[in-house]
Design a protein around this ligand. Structure first.
Ligand code: DAH
Length: 350
């Protein structure tokens, strides 16, 4: 009996010491395998008397069961340990903050441009886009600013190679060339109607976009934005321009007691010409006159370059600076902030 107890104890120890399932199977073979200890003992019973066989057989069976129990316990323990290791390795730290995908937003000047488009759109103005690389003809000559005109010196710009007076040769200095481009298309579309003596549908358009000049300080950037406006018809007057622009400014700045002033000025493509100043009655800018646009009655030479008879058609135009409108609306005092791309500045407009 002692011998059997010893074998069971040895098996338990061997199984306990097996560190892997493979070790355990090797240990199992030592006791339960074909030539294992228990199997050898069974074989040894052959020589016993019948009575002894019974009791010896029962004892060996008990020992065998004890060994099998130890074996399956150890198997389970090893499997549990393995699972534990795997779980540890694949652990998720649910307390880690998630990786965020930052919410994008519109640039403050884009917000202004969308606002301008929506407001003028609601007053029946079309929105047109034009090329930033422009020809001398559209940028200057067609706008009554011939070569050597002194007004050109205020519009120093970047010239591109390979252009000519009529092929693209410069970065446009203002959005005013869009007056000509848009009007010419409009007239072309309605040519038959005009030739038959009917009234042409009025031209009412704004043209926002990027413009360029050799200029750089706190209030000037070599690239800046403008928005052109043009209204041409048979019966349009300064009064209409004044009404539309006043309405626009009051809605844009959400201020009903904002007042406008049309101050005489000069532009080659308008006659008479005026600067439009606004004045807030309340708030941090109250009482100061702030220049927001140039404007005027379209010069007869320009009306002619649009393909229209200046005796019949009269037009009004304006050109404003969306960058400046954005600065005034949000109280920003340095234009360069808009173009530095600093997310700390830009995220404040979302
Ligand atoms: N293009 C002018 C500039 O950049 C602004 C301007 C003035 C536009 C008068 C106009 C206008 O349409 O009528 O200085």
């Amino acid at each position: 009996m002692n011998e059997l107890n010893d074998v069971v104890g040895q098996a338990q120890t061997a199984f306990e010491q097996a560190a892997t399932p493979a070790d355990l199977e090797n240990a199992k073979a030592l006791f339960l395998g074909k030539s294992g200890r228990i199997t050898e003992m069974m074989k040894g019973m052959a020589s016993l008397a019948v009575e002894d066989k019974k009791s010896r057989g029962a004892a060996i069976n008990l020992a065998k069961q004890a060994i099998e129990t130890a074996l399956s316990n150890r198997r389970q323990a090893l499997a549990d340990a393995e699972l534990q290791v795997q779980l540890q390795a694949e652990a998720l730290d649910v307390s880690l903050p998630g990786r965020q995908r930052g919410q994008g937003g519109l640039h403050p000047v884009s917000i202004t441009l969308e606002r301008i488009e929506a407001l003028f759109g609601s007053m029946g103005f079309d929105v047109a886009q034009g090329p930033e690389i422009e020809s001398d003809w559209f940028n200057f000559t067609a706008l009554n600013t011939p070569e050597d005109h002194p007004a050109r010196s205020m519009h120093d710009t970047f010239y591109v190679e390979g252009g000519s007076a009529t092929a693209p040769n410069l970065l446009r200095t203002h959005t005013s060339p869009m007056q000509i481009r848009y009007a010419v298309q409009h007239v072309k579309k309605h040519r038959a109607m005009i030739d038959a003596g009917h009234s042409m549908p009025e031209i009412r358009v704004i043209a926002p976009g990027r413009t360029y000049r050799v200029d750089s300080d706190a209030t000037h950037s070599p690239m800046f934005h403008q928005c052109e406006g043009l209204w041409v018809g048979e019966n349009v007057s300064f009064k209409d321009l004044k009404y539309v622009f006043t309405d626009f400014c009051r809605t844009f700045f959400e201020s009903d007691d904002l007042v406008l002033r049309f101050r005489p000025s000069f532009f080659p493509f308008t006659e008479p010409s005026a600067e439009i100043d606004i004045q807030f009655q309340t708030g941090p800018l109250a009482g100061r006159w702030l220049e927001v646009a140039g404007s005027g009655q379209v010069h007869p030479n320009v009306v002619r370059n649009m393909g229209l008879d200046p005796e019949k058609y009269i037009g009004f135009a304006f050109g404003m600076g969306p960058d400046r409108l954005t600065m005034l609306r949000y109280g920003v005092n340095d234009l360069r902030l808009f173009f530095d791309g600093d997310i700390r500045f830009l995220s404040q407009f979302q």
